[in-house]
Design a protein around this ligand. Structure first.
Ligand SMILES: [Zn+2]
Length: 87
């Protein structure tokens, strides 16, 4: 199912992500991958598999996140989450 969430608040972040039209997770919502990464980063979570996390996400939607790398989005989200965990 295609993602129906409003990702308008993170469009500027999505615009900076690299394109990735191949590989695992290519049809997954990159904005959701970013948000999931942020959530896990904030918790400093270590026991998870990125492949499993991406697998559970909704399908991609249009806008800036289309055809962007969900792995890069997840990593960037995690990075920001860890940063905010120490604020
Ligand atoms: Zn989404």
């Amino acid at each position: 199912m295609a993602c129906k969430k409003d990702h308008s608040n993170i469009q500027s972040v999505m615009a900076t992500l690299p394109y990735d039209q191949g590989g695992r997770g290519r049809h997954k919502c990159t904005a959701c991958a970013y948000e999931k990464g942020y959530e896990l980063g904030l918790q400093m979570a270590e026991e998870f598999s990125i492949a499993d996390v991406l697998e559970q996400l909704d399908e991609s939607q249009a806008q800036q996140q289309r055809h962007k790398s969900p792995h890069a989005a997840f990593a960037l989200g995690y990075f920001k989450g860890v940063e905010d965990a120490y604020k």
